[in-house]
Design a protein around this ligand. Structure first.
Ligand code: ZN
Ligand code: ZN
Length: 333
């Protein structure tokens, strides 16, 4: 997450449409038939989500909102089929309940405070309980320090990806450095070849450009080819990229000519995510304060940019296939 999540007032549309209730009243069908009609309505809703972006969309970066239904409001509103709920270990029950209540719409990752000695045990339990990944991992530690090395080994042992927020440059006054030392991260990619790393946030996307000066979280202007993020995506089969938040949206819009080639080059490694604070998947409620994204939904802005800049077969991988494969999801549901 790059900014605080909004209050998340729910304006969710119900998945089971009125049509199924009318159908029940009119024909007095039995319960089994009603369940079938409800499932059909849910399938119709999934199909509607899938059509908006030309097919299904998997959002790998939706922070769990305390009001359960507002998670569905954002997912429906942005045209997303299924979202990964990023869940603190204390809130695992909420994500499990949401995933059960809305079949096919949610899976979840888990995170914990890495400086607490009990965290590895809690994370292991959560993965055994259904978490598909460790994330978002965002702590004030070094990316090659002992706490993170323990997590990389744990992710490999549990055979789940680990999603990391790289923030070497504080975003605003008072904000901190998270998983610092990105320049040295290739040593981790080498040292943990069985670990599936998902890189996210400012420092990763700023370093697509070879001239990044670590003077701002969101650099602008043309990209100088040869940046370490670009190179490492090519060099290391265990590195994937999370396209969420202002950081990737900023990257996508800096230098469209460069970006088109980047999307082709790494078409099997890029995965859509939103990290959007808006309430409804349409830019309502609290939104990102940057002038480019204020009043807008980051999910919509990033999906539209990726769709505009890539061929349909590449966009299909970005919006669904790459993440589905990495998470072992075999179908849309
Ligand atoms: Zn983040
Ligand atoms: Zn949004």
């Amino acid at each position: 997450m790059e900014i605080l999540t909004g209050t998340g007032q729910s304006i969710a549309k119900p998945l089971a449409c009125e049509g199924s209730t009318l159908f029940l009243r009119k024909f007095m069908i039995d319960r089994r038939q009603f369940i079938s009609a409800t499932a059909a309505a849910a399938t119709a809703s999934l199909w509607a989500q899938a059509n908006e972006w030309g097919g299904p969309v998997l959002d790998i970066h939706l922070h769990l909102r305390p009001d359960g239904e507002s998670n569905l409001a954002h997912t429906n509103g942005s045209g997303v089929t299924k979202a990964v709920l990023l869940t603190r270990v204390q809130s695992v029950d909420q994500s499990k309940a949401l995933a059960e209540k809305h079949p096919g719409r949610f899976v979840w990752f888990v995170s914990a405070d890495l400086q607490k000695p009990e965290s590895p045990v809690l994370l292991t339990k959560a993965v055994k309980d259904g978490a598909l990944g460790l994330g978002e991992i965002k702590n004030q530690v070094e990316c090659d320090g002992p706490e993170m090395k323990r997590m990389y080994a744990l992710a490999a042992d549990l055979n789940v990806p680990i999603q990391i927020h790289f923030g070497d440059v504080p975003q605003a006054s008072g904000n901190a450095v998270f998983n610092g030392g990105f320049k040295r991260f290739d040593a981790m990619l080498k040292a943990f070849p069985r670990t599936k790393f998902i890189a996210h946030a400012d420092t990763f996307w700023a370093n697509v450009s070879a001239d990044y000066a670590y003077d701002t979280a969101y650099p602008s202007g043309p990209i100088k080819p040869g940046g370490i993020s670009d190179k490492w995506l090519s060099d290391y089969p265990n590195l994937w990229a999370d396209m969420s938040a202002n950081s990737c949206n900023n990257f996508l819009n800096r230098d469209p000519d460069f970006t088109a080639g980047f999307l082709i080059r790494h078409q099997n490694k890029l995965m859509f995510g939103c990290d959007c604070p808006c309430s409804d998947g349409r830019g309502g409620g609290t939104t990102n304060p940057s002038p480019r994204l204020h009043g807008k939904c980051i999910a919509r802005e990033t999906l539209a940019a990726a769709q505009r800049m890539s061929k349909p077969e590449v966009f299909r991988k970005i919006r669904w296939e790459n993440a589905a494969k990495l998470l072992g999801l075999t179908s849309q549901a």
